[in-house]
Design a binder for this molecule. Structure first.
Ligand SMILES: Cc1ncc(COP(=O)(O)O)c(C=O)c1O
Length: 411
């Protein structure tokens, strides 16, 4: 008999996220004197390898009166924060259809979505390339993640697979919670175009007529997408005719403030009594988990979003970060095209994924050469957010050798 006090399921858990484990190895080897290129973590680094931060955000944090910051935040977050986030994401005409609660980052938003829009034992639906912690959160809450094939033969969203799988879920579990992370999907870098969004909205509309459908847009990297890729909001009214739309919002990436743990879950529904039920359920989940979020962070985020001067400055600072990323994206696209690497359309964002028949082999081969990327089934994820433009030639060479090794083609 096991002597552990842990329940058996908990005794099987890995305490370290695999990406952080790879990052740790890269740091250890670099400290031991090796030349290491570490393209693992999802945090934007400048070309000198320092975390990119936004002075306007530091100023907003420093400007909050200590006594306000020290007090508990309201359980669902300050009204000023919630209203500011809703106004940040939605066009004026949709604001009245939305409620929001504060969460510790988008991670907290995903947690609340799993807890409240799926029964225990049911599965959320995500594309086959998705952010790994969706699965961790699902397991932890007694749910799971089912996937549909993400890319069709033209490396566009496989709409047929999406429609068939969600349809099947509606038949089998009577409801669906869809997790989409666009624009600038982690891990693939892919952003849906107009036609893809239109088709997705049609599918959600039709499925919502069969039974309860919640469509969650994970907005973590959306501010790094192009104007065109952010036209998804125009498709919300159609989805809202029959479904609930959830938006996971966070300051982690868009304000380069990962450590503050400030985010929100927005929920849109056309019916005011349903909105009230949702707001109550989400508030209950806040109390049952973290109780209150970081008050300093919530107040600072509210100021950043509503003080016109600070907002303008933060937008400019973010434009600088987007410029830095876009330079890297351009160099990557140029060189990866020449090396004949296969990867989805990539126009911006923190990551891109390169397809390979054996991701472990590719990542192992690259690691031997001191280049760290993250393997996952079918591809390796490259964090251009941590990769200075000057090192991209080395990265692409290593990818080329790694993919060839996986295909057993001589370099
Ligand atoms: C796709 C995606 N969603 C959500 C998150 C959660 O971020 P946070 O909880 O810091 O807001 C991340 C973080 O890496 C992410 O990559």
């Amino acid at each position: 008999m096991s002597r552990s006090c842990l329940i058996p399921a908990a005794a099987q858990r890995d305490g370290n996220d695999p990406i952080f484990a790879l990052h740790g190895e890269a740091v250890r080897r670099a400290e031991a004197g090796e030349s290491i290129l570490n393209s693992t973590l999802g945090a934007l680094m400048d070309d000198e390898g320092h975390l990119a931060i936004m002075p306007s955000v530091s100023e907003a944090l420093a400007g909050i009166p200590p006594q306000s910051a020290a007090g508990y935040a309201p359980i669902i977050g300050d009204l000023s924060f919630r209203e500011a986030v809703i106004a940040d994401v939605l066009p004026a005409k949709l604001v009245s259809q939305a409620v929001a609660v504060a969460t510790p980052g988008c991670t907290g938003a995903i947690h609340h979505a799993m807890m409240n829009f799926l029964e225990p034992g049911q599965a959320a639906l995500a594309p086959s390339y998705y952010w790994g912690p969706y699965q961790t959160i699902a397991n932890h809450t007694g749910r799971s993640v089912q996937t549909f094939n993400m890319f069709d033969e033209e490396t566009r969203l496989d709409l047929e697979a999406f429609e068939a799988t969600i349809n099947n879920q509606m038949v089998e579990q009577g409801r669906a919670l869809v997790l989409f992370n666009f624009p600038c999907n982690n891990p693939t870098g892919y952003s849906l175009d107009e036609a893809e969004w239109e088709a997705v909205a049609d599918i959600i509309l039709n499925m919502g007529k069969i039974g309860p459908v919640a469509f969650l847009l994970d907005h973590a990297y959306a501010r790094f997408g192009s104007d065109a890729s952010n036209r998804w909001v125009e498709h919300l009214p159609k989805m809202l005719e029959s479904a609930t739309v959830l938006i996971g919002w966070t300051i982690s990436k868009s304000f380069a403030q990962y450590g503050a743990r400030v985010g929100a879950l927005l929920a849109l529904n056309h019916d005011s009594s349903e909105r009230e039920l949702i707001a109550n359920a989400l508030g209950y989940s806040c109390r049952a988990t973290w109780s209150n979020c970081n008050h300093l962070g919530l107040l600072a985020a509210a100021r950043l979003l509503t003080d016109s001067e600070l907002r303008e400055r933060s937008t400019k600072e973010r434009e600088g970060m987007i410029h830095l990323l876009n330079e890297r994206v351009e160099v990557f696209n140029d060189l990866a095209g020449l090396a004949d690497l296969h990867y989805p359309r990539y126009e911006g964002g923190f990551f891109v994924s390169v397809f390979t028949p054996d991701a472990d082999k590719t990542a192992d081969t690259m690691r031997e050469a001191g280049v760290f990327v993250v393997p996952m089934p079918g591809a390796v994820r490259v964090a251009l957010c941590t990769t200075p433009a000057s090192t991209i030639p080395r990265l692409v060479d290593a990818l080329d050798v790694g993919v060839r090794a996986a295909k057993s083609i001589a370099p």
